[in-house]
Design a protein around this ligand. Sequence first.
Ligand SMILES: NC(=O)c1ccc[n+]([C@@H]2O[C@H](COP(=O)([O-])OP(=O)(O)OC[C@H]3O[C@@H](n4cnc5c(N)ncnc54)[C@H](OP(=O)(O)O)[C@@H]3O)[C@@H](O)[C@H]2O)c1
Ligand SMILES: [Zn+2]
Ligand SMILES: [Zn+2]
Length: 350
Amino acid sequence: MRTTMGWQADGPTPTLRRVPLERRELRPDDLAVRVDHCGVCHTDLHAVDSRDGAADSADPPLVPGHEFTGVVTAIGAGVTGFTVGDPVAVGNIVDSCGECAMCRAGQENFCHAFPTLTYGGTDRHDGSTTLGAFSREYVVRDRFAYPLPTGLDPAAAAPLLCAGITAWEPLRALGVGPRTRVAVAGLGGLGHLAVKFAVAMGAETTVLSRSPDKADDARRLGAHGLLVSSDPEQMAGARDRFDVVIDTISAPHGLGPYLRLVAMDGTLSHLGHLGPVTVETMDLLVGRKKLSSAGSGGRPATAAMLEFCAAHGITADVEVLPSARVNEALDRLRRNEAHYRFVLDMSDLD
Ligand SMILES: NC(=O)c1ccc[n+]([C@@H]2O[C@H](COP(=O)([O-])OP(=O)(O)OC[C@H]3O[C@@H](n4cnc5c(N)ncnc54)[C@H](OP(=O)(O)O)[C@@H]3O)[C@@H](O)[C@H]2O)c1
Ligand SMILES: [Zn+2]
Ligand SMILES: [Zn+2]
């Protein structure tokens, strides 16, 4: 095994500790990646906060982190697409069956055998639980590493690999372009990238937020404006206005207020807090509205998103912190203080 250092939740509190971690020896199609930067996704926070926490808990240790950039430091015997020294980016999927209809269609994120998640997943070969990239090294199957385009800042590009691709696929699948009216609910990590993408695709883009003080940021990101989601008058005034509403809200919430903003035959794409939702069918019936969801992205879409980002100069707005401040980053994310993504610099783990 290869030994590296990382940040792990394994005790009764949601505090991550610096610990040595083991990575597998390289298989023929593996890359070893020195993780330089890893974004802090709200999913990491959900994962840390949903641990049982009891001293006798059966929860396995958790190493979060699933949107990272770094440099290839070693390659397996059969790897041809990468060499040592290549800058790469890796997201929240690190393997899939490769054979099902979804994998054959390039939608590995929907693999019928379920994709292997970057952390908390089950390795397809040895059955071990995957440990994430809040760590100095990650070993990944070459198919699930992407060359990082030159020109993209590695720290600011890391969040593209989860927040970015999760926003990208539905915008593309829903045909967002110059005549589309898009609203993005929740201006956080996913939300601010959804705004940047929608604006770059030419859509007229509006932010829906509880936070009126984000209005200047919304306009700086290219949005037309910001509607305060807690203001019933503003919400009523925007009835049936948007062809596409991208919902990135991280807490459970009713969909009614957002469905009512969707135009006839338009779509609410619910990407945020996953779990059961209650839908009043009248909110769909009136206007033949559609409710959809999505998550992560397939290999072709991820590569296309990175090319688009390089062409349009799109990366996340980040606050980079040394990885030793990971617990502070999680706390501030809990308090909705990210503008708009914390990224950990892993070099302090050397
Ligand atoms: N589908 C997927 O594959 C996928 C991938 C990644 C993440 N996610 C999920 O997507 C969600 C967003 O992730 P993120 O990293 O973008 O989180 P984030 O940076 O914390 O942003 C979430 C935003 O939601 C809004 N919000 C938070 N609590 C709210 C509440 N109680 N009521 C209304 N709005 C609230 C806030 O925006 P305002 O201040 O503007 O209101 C906040 O900035 C998380 O639940 C995450 O687990 C899903
Ligand atoms: Zn994520
Ligand atoms: Zn598959």
